[in-house]
Design a protein around this ligand. Sequence first.
Ligand code: SAM
Ligand code: CA
Length: 245
Amino acid sequence: MARSNQGASASVNVVETQKHLLKSDVLYQYILETSVYPREPECLKELRELTANHPWSVIAIPAYEGQFLMLLLKLINAKKTIEIGVFTGYSLLCTALALPPDGKVIAIDINRESYDLGRPIIEKAGVAHRIDFRESPALPILDELIQNEEMLESFDYAFVDADKDNSVNYYKRLLRLVKIGGLICFDNTLWWGSVAEPPNAMMSEQGRSNREYIIELNKALAADKRIELSQLPIGDGLTLCRRIS
Ligand code: SAM
Ligand code: CA
């Protein structure tokens, strides 16, 4: 899909320009340089720079989204959390840093290889003990958690950023695991703006099928009275769902 490069400055990293839906790359760079990078903890900067050398670096959340999620986690006093989709661990490290010393995050990814790249930085940051990493498809792990009564309605926060075809399946399970007042956050819910494009717009086959899954998720969330909802145009679209019943 064509994306506007309007106002791009020479200093803007090409991959970074793919991580926002703002009016211009210059505006995005302004946010990063004014409010995000000067406040970014050294360990997150190191992990972001390491991830930038990965061929799939574009799939990590952008630093301004990480900064927002960290603030959000602190605002809700999150202590027990779940992360689906780890990659090199940028969003995971944001979560782990924002938790209190006895906080915990169950982090699930089908592939450990990328996480292993970021893990030394997470260990050096002193928060690895808050992370329970599970190398597995996420659905069986969530199903296993649901079997344990102590886990039901016990989580404060979940961040979902993995295979989009399973988003609705993750949502059904997370609604049982997250407590009333807890948050379930879905990443990429605007899919580079394609959710509002005509179905025949130019995009890859994979992009098109993900678009369909995301449209299906967005409809399901909007219709669900068990949650309060906020769709944010941060990153590639971030949806916050606060469980109310
Ligand atoms: N949140 C990460 C970050 O900010 O760096 C990015 C996650 S990346 C977009 C998606 C991840 O989901 C990949 O690392 C991939 O291996 C993982 N994944 C894909 N299918 C999965 C599944 N069925 N269960 C668990 N993880 C899966
Ligand atoms: Ca994402």
